[in-house]
Every structure is written in structure tokens, then in C-alpha cells.
Design a protein. Structure first.
Length: 235
């Protein structure tokens, strides 16, 4: 079977449509119509990606995302009928990796799922080949070590649990350390040229990264803000 996708959606017609189209792409699909069932299935089946609607009976999508993010690093694609930027930012802040606003085209939806699964596959391949990667695949910045071969980041010898986009962002910043990078450039290189989100997405992920790699996130010294431009990685 292909990659495992858990779809959580309480609108039956949409749920069946998503399930049908994902199955046609060769994915192994599980479904849930409420938040509590979603959490149980995610825990028992360990899907490769979760498609999660925001408006759910019982536990809403934001709360489901919070719960799952504390327990696993599975990529989460949120579906929302809301168009307010605040709602989309909340989804990212609770741990979603991407979002699609309803109504959306099936082509766009499948492309987003494929992109998240591609990142998972690359990480797994890097981990599998890690023993063959030469020392040059490491970047050491003080107590922070990026092992590009293993797809792993350590701080003070402890492995950090980074979401896929946090890892991608950190690697891009580190590879271009010392350079002032605009939010638009970061969005294009890390999320892809066809990503439909706003530059606010970059700010949210930078804040998460600072909380994990900065000695003092309130006074960052590694990912510094370049006023009027974006960010620069110091190392």
C-alpha cells in the first residue's frame, strides 16, 4: 500500500470525496468524522500525514492538532472555511504544517498532501543513509549541530523535535548564514514558489525555532530580525 493518510472531516460528502481521490492516488486512507475518533486513530494507526478540518463536533481541529503535536511529528494539513488571517495563524501556531481554505480545488489539495509526504520520505531516506554521510554533512554553531545527512538537529547533545517545515527553515537559514533573507524569498525557497500562504507564516515558524534553538528566545542571537527585510542567521 501507499502512504497512510488520515482524513478528519465531519461533512460527509466532502469526506467521501477526499477519501475517493486520495485512494485513486494510491494512498491508504482512514477517516474520522469527529475530533475524539481522530485522536484515537492517529494514535493507533500512526498515519504519514493527517488532513484535519477545523470545525469538528466535540474537539475542534485546533484542539486535536494541539494534542497530536505533543505526541507525534506527523505532518498536519488543516482544512478551514475561515478566511481570516488570524484563524490561519492560530492553525500554524498550534502545530499545523500547512492549510487549505475551502472551497479548494482537488488538484491543489492533492499537491499539498504530496508535498508533505515528499518531505517525510526525504527525512526517512536521509535517516536511512545517515551512516554513509561524511562529517562534512554537519554544521556546528556553538551548542547547535545540524546533521544534514541524518536530517537531525541537536542542541547541547540533545536531539530537538522539529516539525518538517521547522527543519527545512533552519537548514535554509543555516546554509545562507550571514545573509539578510527577505520573508518572500524564505517563503519561496522553503514552502515553494506556488505556496498560497502569507509571509506571516515565516514569522510564526521563526518564533517556534527561536523557542527551540535560542539561549534566550526573547533576545535572539541566532535568528536575528533585519528590519524592513526579514531575517539573518548568525553563526
Amino acid at each position: 500500500m501507499g502512504a497512510k493518510v488520515l482524513v478528519v472531516e465531519d461533512e460527509r460528502t466532502l469526506l467521501e470525496t477526499l477519501e475517493y481521490n486520495l485512494a485513486r492516488q494510491g494512498y491508504e486512507v482512514s477517516t474520522a468524522a469527529n475530533g475524539r475518533t481522530a485522536v484515537e486513530l492517529a494514535r493507533s494507526e500512526r498515519p504519514d500525514v493527517i488532513v484535519l478540518d477545523v470545525m469538528l463536533p466535540g474537539l475542534d481541529g485546533f484542539e486535536v492538532c494541539r494534542i497530536l503535536r505533543r505526541e507525534m511529528n506527523v505532518p498536519i494539513l488543516m482544512l478551514t472555511a475561515r478566511v481570516d488571517e488570524v484563524d490561519r495563524v492560530v492553525g500554524l501556531e498550534v502545530g499545523a504544517d500547512d492549510y487549505v481554505t475551502k472551497p479548494f480545488s482537488m488538484r491543489e489539495f492533492l499537491a499539498r498532501v504530496k508535498a508533505l509526504l515528499r518531505r517525510v520520505r526525504l527525512i526517512r531516506e536521509e535517516l536511512a543513509a545517515g551512516a554513509e554521510v561524511p562529517p562534512a554533512g554537519r554544521v556546528t554553531l556553538g551548542d547547535l549541530t545540524l546533521d544534514l545527512g541524518r536530517g537531525e538537529v541537536q542542541r547541547g547533545g540533545a536531539v530537538l523535535r522539529l516539525k518538517p517545515k521547522e527543519y527545512d527553515l533552519l537548514v535554509f537559514l543555516a546554509r545562507n548564514r550571514g545573509m539578510a533573507l527577505s520573508r518572500d524569498l524564505i517563503l519561496e525557497r522553503v514552502w515553494g514558489w506556488d505556496y498560497a500562504g502569507e509571509t506571516r507564516t515565516v514569522d510564526v515558524h521563526v518564533r517556534w525555532l527561536r523557542g527551540k534553538i535560542e539561549p534566550d528566545p526573547a533576545a535572539p542571537t541566532r535568528i536575528v530580525t533585519v528590519r524592513g527585510i526579514g531575517y539573518r542567521f548568525e553563526g
